[in-house]
Ligand binder design. Sequence first.
Ligand SMILES: Nc1ncnc2c1ncn2[C@@H]1O[C@H](COP(=O)(O)OP(=O)(O)OP(=O)(O)O)[C@@H](O)[C@H]1O
Length: 238
Amino acid sequence: MASGVPVRIDIADKHFGATPLFEDLKLEIPAGEVLALIGPSGVGKSTLLRMVAGIDTDFTGTVEVDGKSPEKAPLPGFVFQDPRLLPWETATGNLRVVNPELSVEEAHKLLREMGLEGYEDALPGELSGGMQRRVALARSLAVAPGLLILDEPFVSIDRKLVRELSALIGEVIESYGPTVILVSHEPEDAARLADRVILLDGRPAQVAEDRRIEAPRGSRDDAAIRAETARIAGEETE
Ligand SMILES: Nc1ncnc2c1ncn2[C@@H]1O[C@H](COP(=O)(O)OP(=O)(O)OP(=O)(O)O)[C@@H](O)[C@H]1O
């Protein structure tokens, strides 16, 4: 697995029709940082993720992932709001679709790390919702990403499963060390996982807040997470 790569965002102009989404937006994300991107609905968080992933190239300015434009950089790992697995491929097959060079053994190892031993040959329809999300997480790691993009990976699942998946993502971050951009509407996710929180606000969107979370990622106790959750929730509603 590649270790984290730096990301540099310098967007001169991004708009949809007459709506200016970003003008002169600059962000630097150092290698290995876990950045939580927060902000009101519609501010442009998902659009920014798509621009960083090279899916949306319709803008002026530059985005660099490890010094290259996103289209030329190695594929990032991307976890979407829903698992988006191919229903006709097994769990193993879904991993190998995004990286055909991944061996069956390597795919099985990733699935095992996500707690899916024994389900390697299961089709998505035979797996629970939580298991499908774990396959999607394994799939994001199948490209050995230097950059992992998480776009509301915990949306519309119950809180217990959120805890479980969030802990799993925390372990993935610790053991693989990718640079991470996380978008989540749950302040607690950022409070648990992130090193830094950026609040986007306004139209065009500006960086309204940019700060580090003081307690180091690995050593936050429940009280620190609760305090940080409250702080982030306050920033989001200001
Ligand atoms: N393909 C598109 N064509 C036109 N407008 C779009 C397109 N994609 C997004 N938009 C608009 O751009 C704005 C930003 O959308 P985006 O999904 O990036 O916001 P967001 O911050 O991720 O919102 P949410 O938190 O609700 O997911 C919204 O007003 C949305 O309607």
